[in-house]
Structure formats: C-alpha cells, structure tokens
Write a protein that binds this ligand. Structure first.
Ligand code: ADP
Ligand code: MG
Length: 493
C-alpha cells in the first residue's frame, strides 16, 4: 500500500455519487456452476434418461429436480413443504414489475442462494428463519417480499399513518439501520413507499418530525424503538411484518430483553408475519424463533456461522504486545487497500489509528464513543476510497457492507468466535477471496479453543503455539463466551 506524506486533515465534503465502490457487484455463481457441472456428469452416468435441471424449463422441473437444485446451491430447508426456489429473476410470475425494475437498476444478474429460497417462502406469508453468512444477500430476501405484500394493503394516507408503519425491521446498530434504510428504499421507491430509520444519536424531536408524515417501513434499533414507543412517538397498531435482522448480533449486544419487550407488546388483533435473519443460531436466537415465529420454516444456506473457505485465515503468535505494531506496518505495506484493522477497546482504536496515520497511511477510525456524524463520515470516506485503512471496534464488525476489502487484521482478537467470524467476514464478500490476519497473544485464552477448531475445519494453518496451548485443548466456561462481542466494551445505544 502506498503511504502518503499528506498530514493535512481531509474534509468530508462529497456526494453519494462520488462513491466509486462497486456496490452492485455480482455475487459470483461460478463456484456453483462448476459444482453443477460435476454433479451433472455423475448423475448423467447414473440416470441415462434424465436431464439435469439446467437443461429444463421451469415448468419441467420435478420434485427431484428441485431437490437437486437446492443441493447445488447448498440450500437446506426445515419445517414443512415450501414453495420451490427461484431459478432466476425473470422465470417467475411471483415478482411484480416494480421489483424487476429495482433489480434491473441494481444490476443483480441472478438471485443469491438465500434469496432464491427465502423470497418465495416469504411471499407466501410464512414465518421464516433465514440463516446465511454475512454478505449473502439477506436484505433483499426480506425487503422484496415485504414490499410486494405491503402493496396489497390500503395505500398509506394521513389517516392510516396514525396507526404506524406496515413493516418493521429491527437491527442491532445505527450504521446497519441506515444501510438498510438506503437498501430498502431502492425497492420501496418503486412502489412509492417511504422507509424511515429511527436510531440513537438523532434527537427525538427530529425523529418524530421525520416519521410524523407516515412511512410504510420503519427500520429501528431495539433500544431507540422502545424509547419512541414509550413516548408515543411511534405506534405499531398495524404492523403486519416484522423482521429481526442480524438476530445473533442483537443477542450479543444485549438486546434480548428489548426484542422480547417489543414482540410481546405487538397488538394481537392483526395477522403478522415474522422473519428472523442471522448468520449463526445460538440458543438465545433459537428461543426467540420458537416463541414468536409460528409454524416457521428455516432456510439455511452454506455452512452457517462458519467463516467461508474462501477467506484465507492466518493467525500470528505475538510474544509481546509491542511487537504488534511492527507487524501491522509490515502487513499494511504489503496489502492492497482497503484494509480494516479491528481492536477491542476504543482507546486502542484511537492509539492505533494515530500510529497508522503517523506511519503515513491514509487512515481513519470508528468506534462507539464518536458522534454519529463522525462515524458516518469516517465510514463513507472509507467506502469511497478516501482512506485506505480503517481502524475500528466491533461497531464495524457486522452487516455493514463495504466491498472489496482485501485484508482484515485482528490487531486484538475478540473473545468469541462468533465475533471473529463476523469480523473476518468483512473481507471475501460477494464471492471474492479475502485474507484475515489475527495477532494472537498468551492473553487471548478465551478464544483459543474455538479458534483452533475454526482454523482446522477451514483447513488453515494452526500456529504451533496455539496448537500446544493448554487453553486450546478445552472449551472455556460457557458463561464467559456469552458476553457481548469485544468483551462488552462497546454498547451501541
Ligand atoms: P447480508 O445481509 O447477507 O450480509 P446484504 O444483503 O448486505 O448481505 O448483501 C451483500 C451485498 O450483496 C450488497 O452489496 C448487496 O447489494 C449485494 N447483493 C445482494 N443481492 C445480490 C444479487 N442477487 N446479486 C448481486 N449482488 C447482490
Ligand atoms: Mg444483513
């Protein structure tokens, strides 16, 4: 990576349109195509008279073809008979013109695996649990069916708006709420629906003004939503659709109680569809699904909760904390931007960000103590390529979509493997390969057991020091790993 001698402060004056990141990158299907061809060959040998599904029209598909189709895309469905997946965007009569237009604008060539199966299920009003790794396209899996179904409800007007939004999306962080507000708007505007985010860090008065005009879809973090409900700024008297997005992260961030409070207080007089999306399925998330999702169907794609094979994971044993800095610089010199460096503590982020920037790299930082405006600016500047390095806490660890990150460095390792998985998931998104390098010290005992297992199962090298370490030999006490990611250093609300 190039260093710059420019020490001047970079201002934050730019437009969305200056953003040159490739937001519409097509999730590669080459992997599945190769697999399809291999399977095709094997099957041809076995069953001479039967064509592979790729050679058939959608009307010719048999139950067996659909089963093979699901296998080819690593889709597993549990919980009863479900409608067949989408083979493509245009082969179905399921999607209205508004959605086709949105997808054409977005240049999405074909649905991702999770979209293929979740969209038809959700369109049928079935409660759904969708499990798939970060970056697999879960957002569109629920936004598309939600918009299609809201289109069938009476058109919002001032009178109807008094009873609140038709759809609610609960997410763990402000950044994610804003990202989803933007993403959802790409579909919703085709129907002339309004999407509004209510998040901490924006004054209640301003928020109340924004939603007073009515909106079809509300995106909210649980804490802030409860505030707004208590102050009667928001009512949910006609909320027909609820999505819990990044449910595992909401649990990790201690929102379990808030989520329960919200769901328990939903009005009982209307029929409601509830959908839950997550990358992993810890017991707390399972409990929420059991409690609030009726006759649910679970769709799991790929190896849920696992860091994908395409991320090259390297763990470096670091003897002394102060050796980390030199190592970090070495990594940054060799890497192509953009690079994310994760730390556990806010003050560590500040120190490392300063260090990296003094070493001449174009870098910025983000953590929960910064103002919302500063966080947004830093994130946008990083996304637009104004900075090559971002130093962050787990505020950045999940769901936020930054394309093209080539390297994730765990300057300090998180305490849980789930946080680790989501941090490294920032690279290798949308089908690309990525690299994650983690600095491991003798103090990271809590993660050692899971980390070793993770490296083994993904066929990455386990450093000798980790392989031999007593803490890697057995799982630590359960309760400790229940703490929020980053050891509870971060709280979003
Ligand atoms: P997740 O919620 O599973 O982490 P997102 O919904 O944030 O994933 O999607 C990740 C990225 O993939 C986003 O940039 C999104 O615009 C893009 N994407 C989503 N669906 C498709 C698709 N069908 N084809 C190409 N890119 C897609
Ligand atoms: Mg998501």
């Amino acid at each position: 990576m190039q260093r710059t001698n420019e020490k001047t402060k970079i201002s934050f004056e730019w437009d969305e349109k200056d953003d040159t990141t490739d937001k519409n990158s097509i999730i590669s299907s080459s992997h599945s195509t190769v697999k399809n061809n291999q399977k095709k060959k094997i099957r041809k040998d076995k069953i001479e008279d039967e064509r592979n599904w790729t050679e058939k029209s959608v009307n010719e598909m048999t139950d067996r073809d659909w089963r093979i189709f699901r296998e080819d895309f690593d889709i597993v469905v549990k919980g009863g008979r479900v409608p067949p997946p989408l083979r493509s965007w245009d082969e179905t009569t399921l999607l209205p013109l508004e959605i086709i237009n949105a997808i054409t604008d977005l240049k999405f060539k074909e649905p991702t695996a999770v979209q293929k199966q979740c969209i038809p299920i959700a369109m049928n009003g079935i409660d759904l649990v969708g499990l798939a790794e970060t970056g697999s396209g879960k957002t569109a899996s629920y936004i598309i069916p939600m918009c299609c179904q809201i289109a069938k409800l009476p058109r919002m007007n001032d009178e109807i708006a008094k009873d609140g939004p038709y759809g609610l999306i609960l997410v763990p962080t402000r950044e994610l709420a804003e990202q989803i507000e933007r993403e959802a708007t790409k579909y919703a505007r085709q129907f002339e629906f309004r999407v509004q985010a209510i998040i901490g860090g924006v004054s209640i008065e301003k928020q109340s003004r924004l939603i007073r005009g009515g909106c079809e879809i509300l995106v909210a973090t649980p804490g802030r939503l409860i505030d707004c409900l208590n102050n009667s700024i928001v009512v949910l008297n006609q909320c027909h659709f609820i999505v819990l997005d990044e449910a595992d992260k909401m649990i990790e961030m201690n929102f379990e109680k808030d989520v329960n409070t919200i769901l328990e207080n939903m009005p009982t007089h209307i029929q409601r569809q509830t959908m839950l999306f997550s990358a992993t399925m810890p017991p707390e998330v399972e409990n929420i699904a059991m409690k609030y999702l009726k006759k649910r169907v679970t769709v799991a794609v790929g190896e849920v909760g696992r860091a994908v094979e395409r991320i090259e994971q390297e763990v470096m044993w670091i003897k002394h904390e102060n050796a980390k800095r030199d190592k970090l610089l070495e990594l940054l010199y060799d890497a192509d931007p953009p690079v994310i460096v994760f730390c556990n503590l806010k003050k560590e982020v500040d120190a490392i960000a300063k260090f990296v920037s003094n070493a001449g790299f174009r870098s910025t930082s983000i953590h929960g103590n910064k103002s919302q405006e500063a966080r947004n600016s830093a994130l946008e500047a990083f996304k637009s390529g104004k900075f090559d390095v971002i130093v962050a806490t787990d505020v950045l660890g999940r769901g936020i979509d930054i394309s093209g990150v080539t390297l994730v460095v765990n300057y300090s390792l998180p305490k849980t493997i789930s946080a680790y998985t989501h941090r490294i998931g920032r690279t290798g998104r949308a089908g690309r390969t990525g690299r994650a390098v983690s600095f491991l010290t003798k103090d990271d005992t809590e993660i050692m057991y899971d980390l070793k297992k993770m490296l083994e199962s993904t066929k990455n090298t386990v450093p000798e020091e980790l392989a031999q370490h007593p803490s890697a030999a057995q799982k630590p006490d359960k309760k400790k790993s229940d703490q929020p990611i980053g050891g509870g250093q971060e709280s979003e609300e």
